[in-house]
Design a protein around this ligand. Structure first.
Ligand code: LLP
Length: 428
């Protein structure tokens, strides 16, 4: 379910006209659909219904407290990567007993905070980290639950910056070294208990093949660790890709067909049908850590056109959002569809949409055919619910945008726009 579509010529999120939100709250503005978030969580949960499983939302994709609260209420667990994300989950009413803690560089303070809150498991990424976890747990007189992240050396065939499952990536421990490490933990480290095994091969995967390859490759290891070390879970990570091209819900306007279209998207049913049979006889609780799939197409970034500049070579449409608000095009060559809030039926133009930041990389698209929106018009950058606001910064001393959560006909400010005083708070 994607809740963004044109109704009576107006782009809406659920039953709320986005133009009204832009006029009331200003731009740039993030808007999320509550029902899409819950629907995506439930569809994934449903796809795995026949096996013992838990869906742990990857908080890094969208950590707004209201989004986390929605997911906690829907029954999600959480995959966190910092003490800060654990703090947010707790504030949002999530249960630390359903939190896994990932990441290659956990600090002493973060480990202590997570131990004190009895998280479900530390997913460790090096032998040194496991030894340190044992040391800190011993100081506190507790036993830390741990899993090791195995690097299955599988090519996720995604952008190089979001591919993580190859031997040359910094993530995880080589497949062949895992067995010995679990043996060592059992014989030498009394303050860790090996509770599971974890893997994650990359993000924005649009084919089910690499998932199948990784699960098939790691399954014998998971089974042998269950046998020998009584592990109870296997996390197969996140990474399910979403549609970035052509991502409106329905009633796509005529000009939309001019846009290039993604390779066939990966459907959640297809994902479930491919991986569930492989996992059904493992006898371990299967954890999933999706971020983008749950929130990506549940959010948009609204931005107002400020100026148009027609150069000899190009037309630039200059908008009030910049790469500091949504960095994905600059960092990963990410594609976000552009939809004017008023349905457009005129001729298309070829233009760059750029922000106000003093960097050549500050663009949302280049040489794209699009509706000829004008200064004063507001457009939506679609599929901005994952890795959007969370990656925003104050670069160029620009206040962070506000965030709105829409539920049916209701909308709520779930994060206020920063003021300039907020931006400089703490400086002297
Ligand atoms: N689990 C682990 C261990 C991860 O590192 C990640 C993402 C996930 C789960 C969730 O992956 P997802 O289901 O969202 O694909 N900023 C980039 C994406 C970075 C992903 C980092 N790790 C982007 O905007 O494309």
């Amino acid at each position: 379910m994607h809740a963004f579509s044109y109704i009576n010529g107006q782009l809406q999120c659920e039953n709320v006209a986005l133009q009204n939100l832009a006029d009331e709250h200003g731009t740039p503005l993030y808007v999320y659909s509550a029902n899409t978030i819950v629907d995506h969580f439930q569809r994934l949960d449903q796809a795995l219904a026949s096996i013992d499983h838990e869906v742990a939302f990857a908080v890094k994709a969208n950590s707004n407290l209201s989004v986390l609260r929605l997911l906690a209420q829907a029954g999600a667990g959480f995959d966190i990567v910092s003490g800060g994300e654990l703090f947010r989950v707790i504030k949002a009413g999530g249960d630390p007993a359903h939190c896994t803690f990932a990441g290659v560089g956990k600090t002493r303070e973060e480990i202590i905070y997570a131990l004190q809150n009895n998280i479900y498991c530390f997913n460790v990424e090096s032998e040194a980290e496991l030894a340190y976890l044992n040391e800190v747990a011993a100081e506190l007189g507790v036993i830390a639950p741990a899993a090791v992240r195995v690097n299955p050396n599988v090519d996720a065939k995604t952008h190089k910056y979001i591919s993580t499952g190859k031997s040359e990536n910094k993530f995880g421990i080589d497949f062949d070294a895992i067995g010995a490490l679990y043996d060592k933990a059992a014989s030498e480290w009394k303050n860790v208990r090996m509770r599971g095994l974890q893997m994650h091969i990359g993000s924005q995967l649009t084919s089910v093949k690499p998932f199948v390859e990784a699960v098939t490759k790691v399954k014998p290891l998971a089974l042998s660790l269950k046998e020998k070390h009584q592990i109870e879970f296997w996390s197969i990570g996140g990474g399910i890709g979403i549609v970035y091209h052509d991502s409106l819900a329905s009633g796509n306007p005529a000009w939309w067909s001019a846009q290039e279209v993604d390779a066939k998207p990966l459907s959640i049913e297809e994902y479930g049908a491919a991986v569930v049979p492989l996992l059904a006889d493992v006898g371990l609780k299967i954890l999933l850590e999706p971020g983008r799939y749950i929130v990506g197409n549940a959010g948009v970034l609204l931005t107002r056109c400020l100026y148009e500049k027609k150069g000899s070579a190009k037309t630039f449409k200059i908008v009030d959002a910049g790469m500091n608000d949504l960095i994905r095009p600059a960092l990963y060559e990410g594609h976000h569809e552009i939809a004017p809030l008023k349905e457009y039926s005129g001729a298309l133009v070829t233009a760059d949409v750029v922000g106000p930041i003093c960097e050549s990389g500050d663009f949302f698209c280049q040489n794209r055919e699009m509706p000829d929106f004008q200064p004063g018009d507001v457009i939506a950058l679609l599929s901005a619910g994952a890795y959007g606001f969370v990656m925003a910064s104050n670069y160029n001393t620009r206040p962070l945008p506000a965030e709105i959560l829409v539920d049916g006909s209701r909308s709520k400010v779930v994060r206020k726009r920063q003021t300039l005083e907020d931006v400089i708070a703490g400086e002297s």
